[in-house]
Every structure is written in C-alpha cells, then in structure tokens.
Design a protein around this ligand. Structure first.
Ligand code: 16G
Ligand code: MG
Length: 559
C-alpha cells in the first residue's frame, strides 16, 4: 500500500469533529482556538471530556502529518511534537510543533497546520498533504524524523497514539519520549539536530538534561549558598516529577539550594493547575491556598508544562508580592550586564531586554534608566520575543506572565568561550558567564532552568525576596477581559500598543489616558480566548482601575 493510501486509511480512524474550525493560536498550539462555525466566533468549550476527545484526535493526527512534511522539507532534520495544554484545565489538551533548532514552528507552517486541521474529508486531507509537498518541493519518500512527548494529562496517551498513527502512515521514523516538560522536549530536538556539530547542545536524554543543568548550576554558584529555602509549586503537573528528578543531580541541600517541592501530585490528573501553578498565582495575585510558606519565604510556581515561572512572597505584614517575568528579566539583565563588565566583554557584547506591552512601565524604566540597557517591545507570544531577542548578543526576554529566557548570539558564544581574562576578577566573572551559557535553556523559556538562574543571581547578590522587590516599585495596574461580538475587528499595531480599527477607538483611548498621571493603556484581541484584553497602569491604584474601566467601556462601545 502506498503511503498516501495508508494516510487515507488511518485518517478515517480519526475523523474531525463536526462544525469546528481550528486555528494555530498565540501559543503556537492548536486546538484551544477552535471556533464553532454555527456561532461563527464562539470559543469551543473543551470542558466536557468526551467533547474534548472528539475534537482533538483528528488535530493531533494531522499535526503528525505536518511534522513529517516539515522534517522532509528540511532534509530529515528532527521535528518535535508536544502534547500539552499548559496552564489550562485538566480536560483541555493541545499540540504544538517544534522546529529543528528547538524553537517554535515558523509562522508560515502554522498556516499549513491550520489548513491541514481544517480539511473536511480524508481525501481532502490527502490532497492537501500532496499539494503542500508539491508547493514546497518536498520528496515524500525522503527520510523524516519526529520526536514527541506529552504532559501528565489523562488524554495524553490517547492523543500520542493518534500521533503515532500519522507518523506510521506517513512513514516517518519517530521516538516517543513519553512524559516530559515542554522545554525538555525542545531541548531534545535541539540536541538531536546539533549532535556532532560545533553547536552540540547536549545529550538528547533526560539524564543528559539534568546533568547539563546541574553541572552548570554548580559552576555558576561558585560555592555561594542561597539564603533560606525555596518552595516550588509545580501546579500538580509534569514539572513535579521532573523537578524531583533534577534535585537528585543538584548539590546536597545543606551545601547549596534547599528546594521544597509542593503541588506535585500527578497521580490525580484532575488537580492539574487547580488553585495552584503560575497562572493561578499571576491572575489571582495570591499564593496557592494550600501554601504553608511563612513571611519572606521565597516561593515560585511553575505552570502545567513547566515553561513558565513566577516568584512571590508574603511580607512581614502579610502582604503578598509577586515577582513576575518583568522582575526576572530585570534581575537576569542586571546580573548579565555586571558579568560582561567584570569579565571585560562589555565593549563587544550588546545586551538588551525584550518585553511586551504588558510589562510594567516601572520595569521598563528601571532597565532603560538604571541598567542603561536597550528595551524592545513586541507583540504577545513567545515566538515574537524570541525573534527580537536574537538581534542582541545577549537577549533577555520575558513576558510579565513568566514565559522567557536568555539567548546568546553565535558571536557572544564564541567570545565568552575564548576570551582571555586579564585578572583573577575577570576570570571569576567569565567563568560564571560560561556556566550561565550552559544553565540557560536557549531553545525556549524553561521554568526549571529559569529558576536555577534566579537562584544563582540572588545567591551572588546576597539578596532575598525583599531586596529583589526593592529594585523598583511597580506601577499599579489592572487587566480587564471584555467580551465583544467579534474580537477580530480589534486590529492592533505598534506591538499591540495601538488600535488601527475600529476607527475612532484609539483616539478615545488616547483621550482617556491623557487625563491620568503616568497613565498607559491598550486594548488587544486575545489570541487564546474569544475576548479583548484591556491593560491599564497609572500612578495610583484608583487611577489605574478607573482608566481600565474607561478603556473597557470604549472597547464595548466600539466592539
Ligand atoms: C500563550 C502564549 C503566551 C502569551 C499568551 C497570551 C506561548 C508559549 N504562549 O499562552 O506567551 O502570553 O498566549 O494569551 O507563546 P492571550 O493572547 O489570550 O492574551
Ligand atoms: Mg506553559
């Protein structure tokens, strides 16, 4: 039987759900944005488990075909597929593709994935598969290699089977890594594709990942001991067992970092992301109700697939303080700038920070004015930030919600590896910089790697949570979700800071902002939900709230 016949036959086992349109979303993840055609723009609900299964099997199967095509289009390089719905409820799921460098799938192929997911019949799917191959001059008999993994969701193994069906039918070689964090899968992809090259990234095994992180952590710490323990909330997701494993490779807790793992129950999949995890903490601005941390205790939360992290603590008066992605970026950028100065590399390495419009204005000001580093703003979504960060030798990028990492240019990597220190002090700084190059996951934001980075910086600075909080004062801000008839009429420009349409809306927003001290506000259509998000900040809480409400009213009026 030809491969095309096999695909036709296998596809019949994974029919698409009726009346659903799929779209590759902001997250670079497929099904959360499915739209109900009859209601046109209503968001599909994945709350019911049975609905969920119907909706996703065909999507994952078809993404498998796209992964095979993509691998063939790149001379058989390894492509990754991750099955996860990140911070979303346990019954949701999703799928995303990873390009050979370990970065997210390039945008043009997101379009292909969307087309494939929406083919109405098996024959239409095969025809599209053939036409995409022809259009991109892909030889369907060329070798293809795909690796995949999933988080701890109950539907994961069933969806992995759908994916396997597609890889078998399309005659791709594949490796099932079973359960991994999203960044671990990205790491595997990068390791496999750089194996035997000058850019060799590491050993493509879980053990290789832990060894790389732990040895880099030891070197970067230089025997400094962090003050106090760190409590890590793992969102009852895949980050839990993986962190427990990582700890076995780290130095003993009495000599170095003492990590307390909480919310690591993956035996009950229903507890995933429920009242815990990075998204809960960031959106509700409080610690998980189960938290037993005392005043000033350093805590952090991962999200359900461990690609996102936020820190927080409660002060002596019982007030909760979030140390979000903006803070992590500021901390990391300050430390990297110090090290590049101290090692004698400041003249030749250009360091910058990439944020989105959601970054608190105070963080932007701190990085530009106090650290004297360049700041760039991009639209929401990790791939945009990553892309922009690549324009710096050392590009620090974080979204306020805790997605982010640091990437080093080839030029920076070369100079950090070969620079001759001129003094013992230069040598010390250079060694830390070299260790950070290994510690930081440069394929994608990685909560575990980001956490170790933060711990290294705090230990070197001798800081606790309060000192970190003290680097700047956040401007009071408010985020409002506005439900409108059609969010697609809200088209933004200037890194989502201004609306092009509906006509007149931006002028009205400008008018409202003008009246407020240190006011800033913008509205953008969400990429993951059927709503428009409004952000506002101002000098005082009352003004920020008031501005957010005014702008929300404008959005409603024009929507
Ligand atoms: C996705 C993105 C995240 C972004 C969020 C915005 C990735 C891996 N995830 O979760 O970066 O902040 O979408 O959601 O890129 P929104 O469009 O609904 O505001
Ligand atoms: Mg995530």
């Amino acid at each position: 039987m030809s491969s095309l016949d096999k695909i036709l036959e296998a596809s019949a086992k994974h029919p698409p759900a009726e009346g659903v349109t799929y779209q590759y979303g902001t997250a670079g993840r497929m099904p959360l944005q499915a739209k109900d055609r009859r209601k046109n723009l209503a968001k599909m609900s994945y709350k019911e488990a049975d609905r969920n299964s119907d909706v996703l099997d065909s999507v994952v199967f078809r993404c498998g075909l796209v992964a095979s095509l993509r691998s063939r289009s790149l001379g058989g390089k390894t492509i990754g597929v991750m099955i996860t719905a990140s911070h979303n409820p346990p019954v949701d799921n999703g799928v995303k593709l990873v390009d050979p460098t370990g970065e997210m799938l390039i945008a043009s192929w997101e379009g292909y994935a969307t087309e494939m997911a929406n083919a109405k019949t098996d024959q239409e799917l095969v025809d599209l598969y053939k036409s995409l191959a022809a259009k991109n001059r892909i030889d369907l008999n060329a070798p293809a290699h795909v690796v995949f993994a999933r988080d701890t969701r109950a539907s994961g193994s069933r969806l992995a089977a759908c994916l396997t069906d597609a890889l078998v039918a399309s005659e791709a070689k594949f490796t099932d890594y079973k359960i991994l964090t999203t960044p671990q899968l990205h790491y595997m992809v990068r390791c496999i594709n750089t194996n035997g090259t000058e850019e060799e990234y590491g050993e493509p095994t879980e053990k290789g990942y832990y060894e790389k992180l732990s040895s880099a952590f030891r070197l970067a710490m230089k025997n400094k001991k962090p003050s106090g323990a760190l409590t890590v909330d793992c969102a009852n997701g895949v980050g839990g067992p993986k962190l427990v494993e990582l700890i076995k490779y780290l130095p003993p807790k009495d000599e170095s970092l003492d990590i307390k793992v909480v919310n690591d129950n993956v035996l009950n999949p229903d507890s995933l992301n429920v009242e815990c995890g990075a998204d809960f903490v960031k959106t509700s601005q409080r610690a998980p109700p189960s938290s037993k941390a005392g005043p000033l205790d350093r805590c952090c939360s991962l999200d359900g697939d461990a690609d996102r992290i936020v820190y927080y603590f409660t002060d002596k008066r019982g007030l909760f303080h979030l140390l979000d992605g903006d803070r992590i970026a500021a901390l990391a950028a300050a430390f990297l700038a110090d090290l590049s100065r101290q090692s004698g590399l400041a003249e030749i390495l250009n360091i910058g920070v990439v944020q989105t419009a959601y970054a608190n204005g105070a963080s932007t000001k701190y990085i530009e004015k106090d650290l004297r580093l360049a700041v760039r703003c991009t639209p929401t979504g990790v791939k945009h930030l990553h892309h922009e960060a690549a324009n710096f030798d050392i590009g620090v990028y974080f979204e306020a919600n805790g997605h982010g990492t640091v990437i080093f240019s080839d030029y920076a990597r070369k100079h950090i590896a070969t620079h001759e220190p001129k003094s013992p002090a230069q040598r010390d700084a250079l060694e830390i910089l070299q260790a950070l190059l290994q510690l930081i996951n440069q394929a994608v934001g990685d909560a575990l790697s980001d956490m170790l980075l933060v711990e290294v910086v705090l230990a070197h600075k001798g800081w606790g949570t309060e000192e970190w909080l003290g680097i700047y004062n956040d401007l009071p801000n408010r985020l409002v979700r506005v439900v409108v008839l059609d969010r697609n009429v809200f088209v933004a420009e200037d890194a989502e800071r201004r609306l092009v349409t509906p006509k007149g809306a931006q002028a009205a927003i400008d008018e409202a902002v003008k009246k407020v001290r240190q006011g800033r506000s913008f509205a953008r259509a969400s990429g993951t939900e059927d709503a428009v998000r409004v952000y506002a900040e101002a000098e005082t809480r009352a003004e920020a709230d008031d501005l957010a409400n005014k702008v929300a009213a404008i959005v409603k009026q024009y929507g």
